[in-house]
Design a protein. Structure first.
Length: 514
């Protein structure tokens, strides 16, 4: 390799033995964290039957995992920079395995909420550590681009594989099995990680500021909670208080970072246009996409009548597209340009979402599969290149913090997308007219959710039940189409913004000297 001839270095430093095995273990962890974020959706009906949670408790069971991850990512990324990313990763993996058992055997709704929150704490240690370690294991820029591509592909695949794995397990075992699959993977990660993953950290980190940790946690959870509640139930004083309190905590957090000699998050990272542009692109892309991802499995199951496993398999083209594009992204961005690959990927997703706005109840699967494939390819190109830009535009010692910012943008985008686009779907759905003669209580249950309408219809006889389900399905599809149209507008606008923000941005070539 010519770059190696130009820059001789000790072979262990450049071509660390076992680096690809180490990578395979790191991406397994990412796959599991992504699977855990989506798998619960399928298990919810079974879990509800056993634990009998109230509606509010059920929302917390679903949301608290991503709330805690969003609130702790920056703190955990910074902690990894300080104490060592390998150490944090192995501790987090051990905790993730242990808490998964607590999730599987939860006996009450309160215990389940606590277990999901603790799983979020463990998940927050895994995500930034894995990406930061890739920054330090792969010193050849082209190899690192490929490694980031594999990492990104697994993160994307996890969201699509979750429903397939969950569907298979739920058809054969009890709901707790969706958590117990974490145990063997985390065991492998710890055993292989101890031997093959090198330790890396900031050589002069400074103290870990606990006030900043608290402000980050309170700020993110407050803001994300307020957005979700506002979308689901409208405004109220407690929601307004949470939102204002969260925003105030985040402002205080940012101001404190500028004053600290060793900040939890170095705000100067945002002075780099490529870094800021890539983070913004990630946040807006996930915002536009998450509404589709969140509601598509309901469309496939409750509108088109597929089983959980079949619905999961139907979403696989997105994963195939993301994996393939992720592996080619680094080479493509070097051949053309960073901004053309990112903008092109985002544009492709935007056009696909615009096409989703034209689907109806009877839309044949080949069209849906083709649209998902294009979405996957676009996301694979865009996310892989933005991750590479984010990592390569910061000093090596800040890799954990930079990774955490990238992950936080992802989590915040998902929360905003599900809240904002979800409220569009819900708002349109709840407006459908109940067929004549349906009792008020049944009508009320049907207007709560499409799943509620399908259940409520079972209490009715003959044509009345069929008419109720049909009206509910039509309303749901109308909501999905409107949300997809709005998502398309967000994605196309982001594609244009990325074209300007990533101007002149290039991926590194050859060996990286830090």
């Amino acid at each position: 390799m010519s770059s190696m001839e130009q820059h001789p270095q000790p072979p262990t430093e450049l071509r660390r033995p076992g680096r690809w095995i180490a990578l395979s273990v790191l991406v397994l962890a990412v796959l599991l964290v992504a699977v855990d974020a989506t798998v619960l959706g399928l298990a919810t009906p079974f879990l509800s039957e056993d634990l009998e949670p109230t509606g509010t408790q059920l929302l917390w069971i679903g949301d608290v995992y991503s709330f805690v991850i969003a609130g702790l990512l920056v703190s955990m990324g910074s902690l990894g920079d300080r104490i060592g990313r390998k150490k944090l990763l192995l501790c987090g993996a051990t905790a993730f395995g242990a808490v998964s058992v607590l999730n599987a055997y939860a006996m009450t709704p309160e215990m389940m909420i606590l277990a999901r929150a603790l799983l979020g704490v463990a998940g927050a240690t895994l995500m930034p550590s894995t990406l930061a370690l890739i920054r330090n294991i792969f010193h050849d820029a082209r190899e690192r681009s490929l490694a980031i591509g594999i990492w990104g592909a697994m993160a994307s695949a996890g969201a699509a594989v979750g429903p397939v794995v969950g569907g298979f397990l739920l058809e054969h075992f009890w709901w707790g099995s969706v958590f117990l699959i974490n145990l063997p993977v985390m065991a492998v990660l710890v055993v292989v990680g101890i031997k093959l993953i090198p330790e890396s950290k900031n050589p002069a980190p400074g103290p870990w500021d606990m006030i900043s940790v608290g402000l980050s946690l309170v700020g993110m959870i407050g803001v994300v909670y307020a957005i979700k509640e506002l979308a689901a139930h409208g405004g109220s004083w407690p929601v307004a208080l949470a939102g204002v309190g969260g925003a105030a905590a985040l402002v205080w957090f940012v101001r404190r970072q500028f004053r600290l000699p060793a900040p939890l998050l170095d705000m100067r990272l945002f002075h780099h246009r490529g870094f800021s542009g890539a983070v913004l692109a990630d946040l807006l892309t996930i915002l536009g996409l998450s509404g589709l991802v969140f509601f598509l499995s309901q469309f496939l199951q409750l509108v088109q009548g597929r089983g959980p496993l079949e619905a999961g398999l139907a979403e696989l083209p997105a994963a195939v597209g993301a994996v393939t594009a992720g592996l080619l992204a680094g080479t493509t961005a070097r051949r053309f340009s960073v901004r053309s690959v990112v903008s092109g990927g985002l544009g492709a997703i935007g056009l696909s979402l615009a096409a989703v706005a034209a689907i109806h109840k009877e839309t044949a699967y080949p069209l849906i599969g083709a649209l998902l494939l294009v979405v996957g390819v676009g996301a694979g190109f865009a996310f892989t290149v933005t991750s590479d830009v984010i990592l390569s535009s910061v000093p090596k010692e800040h890799a954990g913090s930079a990774s955490a910012v990238s992950e936080t943008a992802y989590e915040l985008g998902a929360a905003l997308g599900i809240a904002l686009l979800g409220s569009v779907v819900t708002g349109v759905y709840q407006g459908f007219a109940t067929p004549a003669g349906v009792p008020a209580a049944t009508s009320s249950a049907a207007h709560e959710s499409l799943g509620g309408a399908v259940e409520a219809a079972e209490t009715l006889t003959g044509q009345q039940g069929t008419a109720l389900v049909s009206a509910a399905q039509d309303a749901f599809v109308d909501g999905l189409r409107l949300a997809s149209g709005l998502g398309a507008a967000v994605l196309l606008a982001t594609a244009v913004a990325a074209w300007f923000l990533l101007r002149g941005q290039e991926l590194e070539e050859g060996i990286v000297h830090d």
